[in-house]
Structures are given as C-alpha cells and as structure tokens.
Design a protein around this ligand. Structure first.
Ligand SMILES: NC(=O)c1ccc[n+]([C@@H]2O[C@H](COP(=O)([O-])OP(=O)(O)OC[C@H]3O[C@@H](n4cnc5c(N)ncnc54)[C@H](O)[C@@H]3O)[C@@H](O)[C@H]2O)c1
Length: 470
C-alpha cells in the first residue's frame, strides 16, 4: 500500500511539474471550480447609491435601539455633538432604557421617548420625528431593524457587522437603493489615529502603489462571553464557521485599496483551525458538552482584487493573545505596521558611492527612527484628526475613534454629503462571514466576492472623506 501511495505521489508530482512547464496556465481564468453566489438583478427603476447625497438636516434627530454594553456610550457621544437631538431610546429591557435616560439628563438633554420589549423597535422606526435609527443590538437583529427603518424613511447606522449572511447583505443594498436612504455600518476602526494618518500618507503617495494589506480581529473575549444578552455572541459562534467578525480588519484595509472606488475584490480563500476553546467556554458556561462547535479558534482569509492587490484577514476571539487588528500595508515604496509596534519603512538608496550595494547598510530593513516617525505623523495628521483629536480624546470611546465616527456621521448628514461608509462598504466588509464559511466548508475553495455595486465599482476614483468646500 505504502508503495502505491509513493508511486502515486511521484506520478502526480511529475504530472504537475510537466503540466506547469508546458502550459504556464493563467490561474485566474483557467482555474475551474470557483464558487459563485447569486447576484440578484437590480430591480427595474432602482438606481445605485454610490456617492449618495440626501437633503441636509439642520438637526439630526436620532433613535437608539440596543442599550447593552455598547449602546449607552453611543448615546453619551451624541449628547456631545452639536446639531443632534436624541428623540427615542429602545431596549428589550425597560430598565436599560431608564438607565440610559439618566445619561441624557446628566448631560442637559431632555428625556427621550421610551420603547421596550421584543418589537418595541418597530414603533421607534415608525415615528415621524426621527431622521436616523442607530442600531446596537445583537447581530441577528441588525439587518431586520435596518431594513424596516429604511422602509420607514430613516437613515440607518448599524453596529458591526451590518449583515450576518449574503442574503442580508443584498437586503441592505436593495433597500438602500430602493429608498435612497443612507445605510452606514459603524466601523469605528477606520477612525483610529494611526489608521487615519497612514491613510493620509497613502493618499499622498508615500508608500507608492499599495500592493498588500492586512487586518484582523484578534481579541481574547474570555471576560465578555457571559455578558452578552441572552448569550447571542457565543451562540452565533457555536452555529457558524468562518470569519464572523471581519469588519475591523476589513475597513481600514479596503479604504487603503479604494475598494469600489477604482478597485474591487474578486475572490477569497479561507481556512480555519479546529475549535478548541469555543466548546470549552460552552461547557464552562452551561455544563453542556459541545462536540459540534462550528467556529474555528483561528480563521485566515486571503482576498485578491481586480487590480492584483491582496488582503490577508484574520479572526481569533478565543485564545490568550495580545489584542491586535494587525493593520499592515506593503507598498512599492514603503511599509506601515501598527501591531505590536507602530512603524514605517521606506525605500532608501542603499548603494555605496561606487554603485556597489552595501550589505552592511540595514537602514531600509528596519522602521525609520522614532523621531522621523513622529515628524511624519505630525506632517500627515489627517485633517479630520486635526479638527477633532482633542475633543475625541476627551469624549472617548475606544480612545476617541468612536467619537470621530459619530461626529463624521452627523457632519455628513447635516451637510448633505456622502457618508464615509456607504451600504456597499457595509456589504463588502460583512459578507466575509458567509463567503469564508463557504470556502472553508469546501476545502478552502476560492469563492467569488460579489460586486455589490452591480457594475459601478469604478464610478468613483479613490476613497476620500467628503468635506464642505471652504
Ligand atoms: N465597534 C465596536 O468596537 C463594538 C464594540 C462592542 C460591540 N459592538 C457591537 O455592538 C452590538 C451590541 O453589542 P453589545 O456588546 O452592546 O451587546 P449586549 O448584549 O451587551 O447589548 C445588546 C443589547 O440589545 C438589547 N436587545 C436585544 N434584543 C432586543 C430587541 N428585540 N429590541 C431592542 N433591544 C434588544 C439587549 O437587551 C442588550 O441590551 C453588536 O453588534 C456588537 O458587535 C461593536
């Protein structure tokens, strides 16, 4: 038997080698077996929302749904942003609504209308004095509430991920296009200070052509699992394989690559390791054995774009690792890295006077010195950061990035500008859950990433934050 396997291996190896030598196949076109999912036809009369502008709002009247660990912080941040009015609050539990009213009154804002129970959110969405519905509920309620709110004429802001499967991604896209309402996912990590500065440096060409980007959500959630209402997060991980929380890595990476602003993701492959810690947590929390826990402890995804760029995304919320969103970019002229050490590297002239490369010169193999980094970061501080950093750090929310996110949402709505993140971003960054599951369940086969813009990914050239012209 051993001999047969050996002979088979040799034959295959020779076959592959000779095949490679003879045909030099062009992988992208020649490889059969890409999994493709259905792209629904855009309904007649419906138009895309690329660069959507809506009538400016003098005051952004908002209703919040979901007041658990994350929601009340958002309510507080809105009390610190000019031109907003919190009209309604909703949670499953009335006592959580009441506790959040105190945030309003402590910050000199009037109490808001209160809703609770399983379907209180419907009544909130039906109010006619609200412009924006801000959704901070467990994942499986994100899309149903967002669709209902848009159908009732509201703009929506949805915590991450906006959608939990492909069908929900398309529901968001179709409803935003049908109603011409803004649908923004609240991806806060694109507003962190290093990310904003690096994006600005990239847009000024410091890294040359950006070729490869990395991002992740590596966060040991050990101390949080028991605290999610009704155990929604662990339940979801128990049921689904794949990168179910990819958006913190995807957001900054996709903005660097101008995804659907000149490039698009074509396909991905994903792989996970077995689930070890997940089932242990189930056992610890419930006493129940869980041999069928679906979500692998560590999931890796690789994506290739139309313009030949690559993304590498990872997910691990189970194991004792230092927090990391990876955030790394490789360009033809430079490199940036955030975790565990922030740093930049640039191409340098490393040849000696005689034109012979100096092998002792390792300058371009390390990060630039701290002083150079500081000077660069000051020079390329993002205009948004310049304007908001002081207040953002004071109000807080993950060190200030949450405040910048909410501020930008309100700023764009008040000025009738396109939002920083549109519904296609929400779909592109959220669709990884379902697409990576498909790849993993099929031996890491390539899976096509659908073009959620349905042909309009090249309409805008380059990602930019919209600003009022001065
Ligand atoms: N962007 C970030 O950095 C970040 C950080 C934490 C959480 N989040 C996201 O925020 C969301 C909420 O997370 P969390 O940690 O606050 O979870 P949580 O379980 O603490 O809060 C969820 C809240 O929703 C309420 N809820 C449940 N069903 C409801 C219903 N039918 N109607 C109204 N309210 C209902 C619950 O009672 C609870 O108060 C999730 O989507 C999560 O991914 C994002």
């Amino acid at each position: 038997m051993k001999k047969i396997i050996y002979l088979l291996a040799i034959t295959l190896a020779i076959g592959c080698y000779s095949c490679h030598c003879k045909t030099e196949p062009k992988a992208e076109n020649a490889v059969p077996g890409m999994i493709k999912t259905k792209i629904p036809t855009r309904p007649a009369g419906q138009k895309d929302v690329v660069g959507l502008r809506c009538a400016p709002l003098d005051t952004v009247r908002v209703g919040f749904i979901g007041l658990g660990m994350r929601g009340p912080g958002a309510v507080y941040r809105f009390t610190q942003i000019e031109g907003t009015s919190v009209k309604a609050l909703c949670d499953l539990y009335p006592e959580r609504v009441e506790a959040t009213q105190k945030i309003l009154t402590d910050n000199n804002c009037p109490r808001a209308a209160a809703y609770s129970g399983e379907e209180g959110w419907k009544e909130l969405c039906e109010r006619d004095d609200i412009d924006l519905v801000y959704i901070v509920t467990p994942w499986l309620l994100h899309t149903p509430i967002a669709v209902y709110a848009m159908e009732h004429g509201k703009h929506v802001a949805i915590e991450v991920p906006a959608a939990m499967n492909l069908d929900e991604c398309w529901q968001l896209v179709n409803t935003a296009e049908k109603t011409q309402r803004h649908c923004m996912m609240l991806e806060n990590c694109v507003y962190d200070f290093f990310e904003l500065t690096t994006l600005n440096m990239a847009q000024h060409g410091l890294f040359g052509e950006i070729l490869h980007v990395e991002g992740s959500y590596i966060h040991n959630l050990e101390e949080f699992w028991h605290a999610y209402q009704g155990n929604w997060r662990l339940d979801f991980n128990e049921k689904y394989r794949g990168d179910v929380y990819a958006t913190h890595g995807m957001g900054p990476a996709c903005q660097l690559l101008d995804i659907h602003r000149g490039d698009k993701m074509n396909y991905l492959v994903a792989m996970d390791c077995k689930a070890v810690t997940g089932p242990e947590i189930v056992k610890k929390q419930t006493g129940r054995e869980c041999p069928d826990f679906q979500n692998g402890d560590h999931t890796m995804t690789m994506i290739r774009t139309e313009k030949g760029k690559t993304l590498h995304i990872q997910h691990d919320v189970m194991n004792p690792r230092p927090y990391s969103r990876m955030y790394q970019l490789t360009g033809s002229e430079g490199f940036a890295n955030k975790y565990p050490i922030e740093g930049y590297t640039f191409k340098a002239d490393n040849t000696s006077l005689e034109g012979v490369p100096d092998h002792e010169n390792l300058n371009m193999h390390t990060f630039v010195p701290q002083q150079v980094k500081t000077t660069l970061m000051e020079k390329y501080r993002h205009p948004i950061q310049k304007e908001l950093e002081e207040k953002a750090r004071k109000v807080g929310g993950h060190g200030g990035m949450d405040f910048i996110m909410d501020y930008r949402l309100v700023y764009c709505l008040r000025n009738g500008l396109p939002l920083d993140q549109d519904v296609y971003d929400a779909a592109e960054w959220s669709c990884l859950g379902d697409l990576t599951r498909l790849s993993i369940e099929n031996n890491s086969m390539p899976v096509e990433v659908p073009d959620f813009t349905r042909g309009n990914w090249n309409k805008i050239q380059g990602y930019r934050h919209a600003m009022v012209e001065k």
